[in-house]
Design a protein around this ligand. Structure first.
Ligand code: FAD
Length: 343
């Protein structure tokens, strides 16, 4: 485990190693960034280092070097599904936002890097008359973030159209067939700390105008049912798998829409969205409100809600230790009910 090595190093020693790695691989390494700038909830504490590789090869090399040196790290895409706590996070964040390149279309296939914007990819595909991801057009974030958790909405999940995923292993780019991965409800079998570099999707030909029309319909539905322009991370909790229950509906029925704790609010538009407001909003406000919702649902409905948003705790160094050698995978349960997936 890489953190054991890190804990044996002083922070000064570790910083020197980090600077050396950044120089050797040729990636930008920044200090002084905060999760509040890098996540859509706009809260969260300071990050020791942010690495910003620009190519798949550089990202793979960074991951390999950090692992070899025993430095704790984790990956961030656009930060639209992460709630990081307010404390100082003593690890390296590898930001994939600059690993975007261009989307390369060939017939029904498209190859794209992990940092590419998912909404933009959906528009690109629709213009070329390629169907299969139009339901995902309103999901903010990067292609890598969508792959990591098998993002989905309105009957589409990204895992359904994956042909191969490019993954960093041992500092190199390795191809993994989509069929070797389990694509479940907001979970995949990628291993904790595995860095996804890019993907080839297999779409299907359809009439461009019809795809654009379906995208517009999905957008209309989102505008009607979800807060827009708000600082959120999408649905905070999963729907209880296999139950047919909607978490948003349950929270609404408890009368919690509009409930506020500090700078965190249960959205009056969609009860499964927690949004943050004001300059003083803190991650702890959102945590407190979320835990209150879970406690009430546990007490009143006997249901244990599972987070859909990822909680990144500064104390959770085990998960921060990026490693591709461990056997640990994301957990996972499966459902194909598209309605259920939207919370
Ligand atoms: C308004 C709104 C609506 C949303 N609606 C939906 C929806 O309908 N359906 C849905 O599924 N989600 C939805 N989301 C959640 C979010 O947009 C998705 O989960 C998205 O795929 C996250 O992508 P990201 O790049 O922002 O990932 P991040 O939030 O940056 O990261 C999320 C997780 O993915 C990991 N990750 C990111 N990139 C990589 C990579 N290259 N390699 C390995 N791991 C990586 C991170 O380590 C983290 O564990 C919504 C969010 C918002 C704000």
């Amino acid at each position: 485990m890489t953190t054991m090595t890190q804990s044996a190093m002083s922070l000064t020693e570790r910083d020197a190693v980090i600077e050396e790695i950044a120089a050797r691989v040729g990636v930008r390494a920044e200090r002084g960034r905060r999760f509040a700038e890098l996540t859509s909830l706009r809260v969260g504490g300071a990050i020791d280092w942010v690495f910003a590789p620009e190519t798949e090869e550089a990202a793979a090399a960074v991951a390999g070097e950090l692992e070899a040196a025993g430095i704790a790290w984790r990956v961030l895409g656009a930060g639209s599904n992460v709630l990081a706590d307010d404390e100082d996070h003593h690890y390296v964040v590898v930001s994939m936002r600059e690993v975007k390149g261009t989307a390369l279309f060939e017939g029904e296939r498209v190859s794209v890097s992990a940092g590419y914007s998912l909404p933009r990819l959906c528009v690109d595909a629709a213009r070329r008359g390629l169907a299969g991801i139009e339901g995902l057009g309103g999901i903010p974030g990067t292609v890598g973030g969508a792959l990591w958790m098998n993002a989905g909405a309105y009957g589409h999940e990204i895992g359904n159209v994956v042909e191969t995923v490019r993954v960093a292993r041992g500092g190199r780019v390795v191809n993994v067939r989509g069929g070797e991965i389990s694509w479940n409800y907001r979970h995949t079998s990628f291993r904790e700390g595995e860095l996804l570099l890019g993907v080839t999707l297999r779409l299907r030909k359809d009439d461009s105008a019809k795809i654009v029309e379906r995208m517009a319909e999905v957008k209309r539905q989102r505008m009607e049912t979800q807060p827009h322009g708000a600082r959120s991370a999408g649905c905070f909790f999963k729907n209880p798998p296999g139950s047919g229950l909607s978490t948003g509906k349950m929270i609404d029925e408890m009368g919690m829409k509009g409930e506020k704790r500090g700078g965190a609010v249960v959205s009056p538009v969609h009860a499964n969205f927690i949004v943050t407001e004001g300059d003083d909003a803190r991650a702890s406000d959102a945590f407190a409100l979320a835990e209150e919702i879970r406690e009430r649902i546990r007490r009143e409905r006997g249901i244990e809600l599972e987070y859909e948003v990822e909680l990144w705790r500064s104390s959770d160094t085990r998960e921060a230790a990026g490693t591709t050698s461990g056997e640990e995978t994301q957990g996972g349960q499966s459902t194909t009910d598209a309605e259920e997936q939207r919370g």
